[in-house]
Design a protein around this ligand. Structure first.
Ligand code: ZN
Ligand code: ZN
Length: 355
């Protein structure tokens, strides 16, 4: 955590601020180690303060040795005190997380308590996220655990799916299986989309009974020690039809092309293109309407961006999903998603469920 603190401090001048207020839970946890559900970090060149309420002060002191823990109440007076102590003049806040209501409350409270010495409030976004994009060995181990739990749940539940079972029932079985294997919970709402429902990439599981031969898109992930996995398999109960095989093979070919060719130094857009070209050449370019993938970590969607025209450079130590799909209205969809880490020689796949 001390190196993370050094790194974020180095970014402050570049962002035109001398203090940063972190409110986003994943960033708070990443920077401090504190896993509680409420609190703020206040970081300047010299100070590192973790403000949290009385429910968490003891836990925070144990988890965040590099931060001074202060107990806060609702009126931002703890922050005004820190600004007085540090003389901060330009306070960055996380504009991609703080609500407009909180922003106004913060601005008013600092105005009342600091008057002329109220710092300028500077909207920032993505500062801590810039650090989170590179995963260290400890994070990779946590991610592998999260992926393993999702894989095991997928492998244990898929063979138990029968005709007539509802999408909701399958989703529940998957969530139970993840919990039984140590997940804190699913990393997002499990998607089970059978038959025509599979044409909607983010369909919510329904009471529709699964029918023989139709494609079933299962997109799920586990959260383990705060880290998220995200995998998708498309299966079918009974005989697959000709259509299923054809579409499945195109999607799999598209996915393997990107996984086998992606290298450090490519952009997210170039990686997306590798996969998209295969689908387009098979005649289904218009039926793959979402990005190829996304980073994952403490949040299920993070940087780098891996989609059409994404300029993010993919580098060693980054992790992202590779999840092409083809969606055909009235028939359904096929999506295959694996979680990879980028190494010097290329992508190493963390997920191992059968495809
Ligand atoms: Zn997914
Ligand atoms: Zn995903």
């Amino acid at each position: 955590m001390s190196t993370r603190l050094d790194k974020i401090r180095a970014l402050l001048p570049q962002k035109g601020i001398d203090a940063l207020l972190i409110s986003m839970p994943e960033n708070r946890r990443y920077m401090s180690g504190f896993t509680g559900s409420a609190g703020y970090l206040f970081i300047t060149d010299k100070s590192a303060i973790l403000g949290t309420d009385f429910r968490y002060t003891e836990q925070a002191a144990g988890q965040s040795p590099h931060f001074e823990v202060v107990r806060i109440s609702g009126n931002w007076s703890w922050l005004a005190d820190q600004i007085k102590d540090t003389g901060a003049t330009r306070l960055g806040f996380e504009s991609h997380h703080m609500t407009v209501q909180s922003y106004h409350a913060l601005s008013d409270a600092l105005g009342q308590q600091l008057e002329d010495t109220k710092p300028a409030l500077v909207a920032t976004s993505g500062i801590a996220e810039q650090l989170r994009v590179y995963k260290d060995a400890e994070e990779l181990a946590a991610l592998q655990n999260a992926v393993d739990v999702a894989d095991q749940a997928m492998e244990s539940v898929c063979p138990t799916i029968t005709v007539g079972m509802t999408e909701k029932e399958v989703a529940w079985r998957l969530e139970v299986a993840m919990r039984e294997r140590g997940a804190e919970g699913p990393s997002f709402d499990t998607i089970v989309a059978a038959g025509p429902n599979g044409a909607m990439p983010h369909h919510h599981p329904s009471d529709r009974p699964i029918q023989a031969g139709e494609p079933i898109v299962i997109d799920m992930g586990a959260k383990v020690d705060g880290y998220c996995s995200d995998i998708t398999r498309t299966v079918c109960v009974g005989e697959q039809d000709e259509m299923f095989r054809r579409i499945y093979d195109i999607v799999l070919g598209s996915q393997l092309t990107a996984i086998n060719i992606v290298k450090p130094g490519m952009t997210g857009g170039e990686c997306d293109e590798l996969s998209r070209t295969v689908i387009a050449e098979a005649g289904y370019g218009d039926n793959f309407g979402h990005s190829l993938g996304h980073g994952y970590g403490l949040a299920v969607h993070e940087y780098p961006r891996v989609g059409p025209k994404a300029e993010d450079i993919l580098e060693e130590g980054m992790v992202f999903t590779v999840e092409p799909g083809i969606y055909l209205s009235g028939w359904g969809g096929v999506r295959i998603e694996d979680d990879v880490v980028l190494e010097e020689s290329g992508a190493r796949v963390l997920s191992r469920s059968k495809k």
